[in-house]
Write a protein that binds this ligand. Sequence first.
Ligand code: OAD
Ligand code: ZN
Length: 253
Amino acid sequence: MPELPSSSLITEASDMIKTSGLMVVSTGAGMSSESGVRTFRGEEGFWREYRAEDLASIEGIRKNPELVWEWYRERLKACQELEPHAGYYSLERIQNEKEILPLITQNVDGLHQKAGIMDVIELHGSLRTASCLDSCGAPGKRMTEELFEILPPRCSCGSILRPDVVLFGEQLPEQALRRAFRLAESCDLMMVIGTSMVVYPASSLPLIALRKGVKVIEINPEETPLSSLDGVLSLHGTAGSILPEIVKVVYGE
Ligand code: OAD
Ligand code: ZN
């Protein structure tokens, strides 16, 4: 069993959730790790084994499209086969009870939606679709097995396709970003789960909330740049163990 923070910290977090108005959740790769998706940093992280600029950049796709698409084929397959862990269902429960609970994520794996969580704001895009690398304007294609029959998959114009995830050096989807900033400005409570807090602009969202005097609950087994800031209740442990405990305290089961 993973270690849990003391019950008084869990109770404190639960009270904050019970009494808050608009609560916003922001998740990173650590949210998915107990479902079997690898994180990017840390000992088992993707960026230990691969160079981000080879796999997650426009130049990388142009230089070696087969390699990049093989990687995305594997990632997509893994994400389709994986199941959301108990922590996702806890978030879904809180969302149902609180009615409004927008969730901002840096993840592209679709696991939140698979657990029935609604109103997911995907800051880094998703693995659902791919579109033309040369932006010819042709509609995007769904990332299904057929798309991967001949690598690299191509657009109807003949150019290579690129997954609709945010690649290094690219802008984030404007609407999603605008909404995320607005929510950080206007929420009463923010919960930050499983992010190393090193990738901007997602990392700035809790800082915006804190500046407004809004409290932040962090769930992460490791210390992050957020953990020791004033106004942050840092729960050291995993999303899959802490979130169900919080739900038990908040809803008494
Ligand atoms: P990282 O891989 O940088 O960080 C994962 C965080 O999750 C670390 O702080 C871990 O301690 C924590 N963690 C690990 N297991 C956990 C668990 N079971 N429960 C809770 N937390 C856990 O991932 P992100 O911060 O999401 O960008 O990385 C941000 C971006 O960097 C990604 O979206 C990706 C990457 O380059 C793009 O691809 C554009
Ligand atoms: Zn095209």
